[in-house]
Design a protein around this ligand. Structure first.
Ligand SMILES: Cc1cc2nc3c(=O)[nH]c(=O)nc-3n(C[C@H](O)[C@H](O)[C@H](O)COP(=O)(O)OP(=O)(O)OC[C@H]3O[C@@H](n4cnc5c(N)ncnc54)[C@H](O)[C@@H]3O)c2cc1C
Length: 452
């Protein structure tokens, strides 16, 4: 690759914080609230003008991983800050009742506008400073192990943010990678989970459509068998939103020319993925209009960006694995739980693998060590880029676990500042007690929360 030398320049310091969080998805929201609620001067930096991450920016509109199937009974396992956010979305009448998937697990749909407003309110209530429309672009280090400042590109030019502790909730591990933390991409063969372009339809006749989420996959199989259509993948998810005239469509799968998954940290891949994603959405729409109840529907929303499921997974002190998920693993340093199964978006299909249900407790614990990147002292990583294997990430990347990881990371950052130690050296019992006191469920000896 040809290069050009950038002239050295002085960068204005936007602010100096105790905790700086990069990324405003589920992990970043919870991390920033947890740190600020503990009294830390906290800044959340987000490239868009709203919060929610993939949940809003990629039109996901559905929480997975909040619940667990515990010996055949459903419980909402992820509590704490997630409960506060959910209550605020519900207050705006933007939250569905949880719905059953494969008769085995619950998910819960929400309206993106309500999520954005509720998240703004949540952060304001806890005095989190926010810097929107700021793209994290690099770091300055004190030395090999400590980050000094995060550089961001804004409409006012490049600025620097200094903090004692940084939390990477970018989903892509951007900050950790710039700081020099090791990371992995894809499975043993480099295969990433495939991205999807989500979209939503409005104008559906709910009575006629009825439970079309059951029949649509059958109609797709029939259309393919008769040779009238081909689809980018099996396992289409088409389900109603809060208002049953509006349905979300998780139907597409984006690949490179060679058939491998679009890589969400490669600009040319992203460009192709966005354009192909919209093309696939248009094709899917043409098919869906033939489904009873969908005849007068129209695409009401194509989200701001392609939905990226997996890019960098930062390597930390422990990597949560697929065996941990399927074996409902316990950890002495648990900071939260994940009740979502492995959901592998592979070429042309989506493959779910559950722990034994109803014989098992249905959830694994999440160890604190997965938030601690190797080699960097003042950095925590939370969310889909935390330390997990490809298979582990295929489960614990969903919103529920990301909220749990974020809350733990923000709380840990505050404890580290209190003790003047790196996050790696805090007393795990103190972190666990603080999380429990805040209403989080971390597994271990805690009673499983009741209700949905
Ligand atoms: C198509 C699709 C469907 C999905 N379906 C579901 C579902 O039904 N239920 C569910 O729970 N999960 C689902 N997921 C997974 C889930 O949405 C994500 O894994 C989850 O949002 C990850 O949370 P996060 O906070 O780790 O990261 P993200 O949600 O990715 O948030 C990261 C945030 O950081 C910001 N950011 C990134 N880089 C920078 C930077 N350099 N500078 C500034 N800001 C930056 C981004 O704009 C974003 O707001 C789906 C994902 C996809 C792609």
């Amino acid at each position: 690759m040809k290069t050009i030398e950038e002239p050295a320049r002085q960068i204005p310091i936007y602010g100096e914080y105790e905790v700086a969080v990069l990324g405003g998805g589920p992990a970043g929201i919870a991390a920033a609230v947890a740190a600020a609620r503990a009294g830390r001067r906290t800044l959340l930096i987000e490239r868009y003008g709203f919060l929610g991450g993939m949940g809003t920016a990629a039109g996901v509109t559905n929480f997975c991983g909040l619940h667990g199937n515990v010996y055949g009974e459903m419980h909402r396992l992820v509590q704490g800050i997630a409960s506060d956010l959910l209550a605020r979305i519900d207050h705006l009448d933007g939250l569905n009742k949880p719905h059953l998937i494969f008769g085995k697990i619950l998910a819960q749909a929400y309206d993106t506008a309500a999520y954005k407003i509720a998240a703004d309110d949540l952060l304001a209530a806890h005095n989190v400073d926010i810097l929107f429309h700021a793209l994290g672009a690099g770091v300055a280090m004190h030395d090999g192990e400590r980050i000094n400042a995060l550089f961001v590109e804004t409409k006012a030019g490049r600025q620097a943010i200094r903090a004692d502790i940084f939390i990477d909730c970018s989903g892509d591990g951007d900050l950790a990678a710039w700081a020099g933390a090791p990371f992995e991409l894809g499975d043993a063969h480099g295969h990433l989970l495939y991205p999807s372009m989500m979209f939503r339809l409005n104008g559906i006749d709910p009575e006629k459509a009825s439970d079309a989420w059951r029949t649509i996959p059958q109609l797709m199989a029939q259309a393919e068998a008769s040779g009238t259509r081909t689809f980018p993948r099996k396992g289409a998810i088409v389900r109603p939103q809060r208002s049953p005239i509006e349905w979300r469509v998780n139907f597409t799968q984006l690949k490179r020319r060679d058939g491998s998954a679009i890589n969400g940290i490669v600009p040319d891949d992203l460009t192709r993925g966005e354009i192909d994603g919209r093309r696939q959405a248009a094709d899917a729409f043409q098919f869906l209009r033939t489904v009873p109840g969908f005849e007068k529907s129209y695409i009401v929303d194509l989200p701001p960006q392609l939905g990226i499921r997996e890019t960098r997974r930062v390597v930390g002190d422990y990597q949560l694995s697929g065996e941990d998920v399927l074996g409902c693993a316990s950890f002495d340093d648990s900071i939260g739980v994940n009740g979502w199964p492995i959901e592998a978006h592979v070429a042309g299909d989506v493959i779910f693998k559950f722990p034994p249900i109803p014989q098992s407790r249905g959830y694994n614990e999440l160890p604190y060590r997965m938030l601690l990147p190797e080699g960097i002292d003042n950095l925590l990583v939370a969310g889909r880029c935390a330390s997990m294997t490809h298979e582990g990430q295929s489960a614990a990347r969903v919103s529920g676990a990301c909220f749990a990881m974020g809350e733990a990371a923000g709380t840990a950052a505050s404890l580290a500042l209190s003790g003047n130690t790196p996050p790696r050296d805090i007393a795990i019992e103190r972190l666990q007690q603080a999380l429990k006191d805040q209403g989080a469920f971390i597994g271990r000896d805690q009673a499983v929360p009741q209700g949905l």
